[in-house]
Design a protein around this ligand. Structure first.
Ligand code: SAM
Ligand code: DTB
Ligand code: SF4
Length: 330
């Protein structure tokens, strides 16, 4: 449980809607003021993603190019070998990332998958990177095993509001997601949890998703806000695009409600110009995915991001990572 008085867990629906309804400049000023109380406004954390197991997923998440239920042209690939993953992690480290996030297109991992993932975590951490994984639903035992191998963050998103959820996914429930998040928290792994906007939801859905995150007993340490990447073949292809200002508003409200969390400007940057990304940083975003690919879709080139950082006077956050021997910890 957070103890700091500025950290609230009792947001009411109308209070959140009132934040969304503020004049744009008032909202951004409030968000930036809160941001400065907790963070250096000119530092942004950077994480690099790798899809370690791609496509062929049994779930029906309507946004996802990796679901086996849609024809999106994504080629299914088995879990990558440790050597290949290490080579990608070393590249990410050399390019300046501080965290390496491994994503698998699974509904949930099998116990024998966790043994392989444990080796990958150990390898990533030996390079001095923070390790993050997103593997779908977890059991208590799996979460504890990942923690014992030194996993720093687990990403598992709410994706949207509880009310809108069944328009997007039918193969697992909102409660399933909350249960996994609770298991990750109990295991002592940092929680990375956010969602996607631009899926045809209403403003009150974006408000409710943020309210669910902020009213958790502890705020997720990392909150990815993804703008839907519309992929051919997915049911959400052709959805009306979200007004860019409504995207920035979502970032600002997230910053206000989750003052100490890293708010990540996540998927969708390829479709944003530099001015919009700068506005998101002003609204309180202080983390990005870095490197030319997200999981299966493109992301801005690393050089382009570094040039943007330089124009804005932003520097990437660097950290010291403790190394851990997984075999000894298990
Ligand atoms: N299979 C695991 C799961 O669903 O938890 C892990 C990987 S899954 C691809 C991780 C997250 O990526 C999803 O929860 C969703 O928020 C995000 N995502 C997937 N496709 C996306 C898209 N087209 N646009 C934006 N975000 C997307
Ligand atoms: C998150 O919230 N966004 C990332 C990460 N967590 C795993 C994934 C974005 C995926 C975008 C679509 C794709 O590249 O396949
Ligand atoms: Fe599978 Fe994850 Fe994509 Fe859903 S978001 S279809 S669970 S890979």
């Amino acid at each position: 449980m957070d103890t700091n008085a500025t950290i609230r867990h009792n947001w009411q629906a109308d209070e959140v809607l009132a934040l969304f309804a503020l004049p744009f400049n008032d909202l951004l000023f409030k968000a930036q003021s809160i941001h400065r109380q907790h963070f250096d406004p000119n530092q942004v954390q950077i994480s690099t993603l790798l899809s370690i197991k791609t496509g062929g997923c049994a779930e029906d998440c309507a946004y996802c190019p990796q679901s086996a239920k849609f024809s999106t042209g994504v080629k299914a690939q088995k879990l990558m070998d440790k050597e290949e993953v290490m080579a990608e992690a070393a590249k990410a480290k050399a390019a300046g990332a501080s965290r390496f996030c491994m994503g698998a297109a699974w509904r949930e991992p099998k116990d024998r998958d966790i043994d392989k993932i444990a080796e990958l975590i150990e390898g990533v951490k030996s390079l001095g990177l923070e390790a993050c994984a997103t593997l779908g639903m977890l059991t208590d035992t799996q979460a504890a095993r990942l923690k014992s191998c030194g996993l720093d963050y687990y990403n598992h998103n709410l994706d949207t509001s509880e009310e809108y959820y069944d328009k997007i996914i039918t193969t697992r429930t909102y409660q399933d997601r909350l249960d996994t998040l609770e298991r990750v928290r109990t295991a002592g792994i940092n929680v990375c949890c956010g969602g996607i906007v631009g899926m045809g939801e209403e403003e009150h859905d974006r408000a409710e998703m943020l309210r669910t995150l902020a009213n958790m007993p502890s705020h997720p340490e990392s909150v990815p806000i993804n703008l839907l990447v519309q992929v051919d073949g997915t049911p959400l292809k052709g959805t009306n695009e979200l007004d860019p200002f409504d995207f920035v508003r979502t970032i600002a409200v997230a910053r206000i409600m989750l003052p100490k969390s890293f708010v990540r400007l996540s998927a969708g940057r390829e479709a944003m110009n530099e001015q919009m990304q700068a506005m998101c940083f002003f609204a309180g975003a202080n983390s990005i995915f870095y490197g030319e690919k997200l999981l299966t879709t493109p992301n801005p080139e690393a050089d382009k991001d570094m040039a943007l950082f330089s124009k804005l006077g932003i520097s990437p956050l660097t950290l010291q990572v403790e190394k851990k021997d997984c075999a000894a910890a298990a």
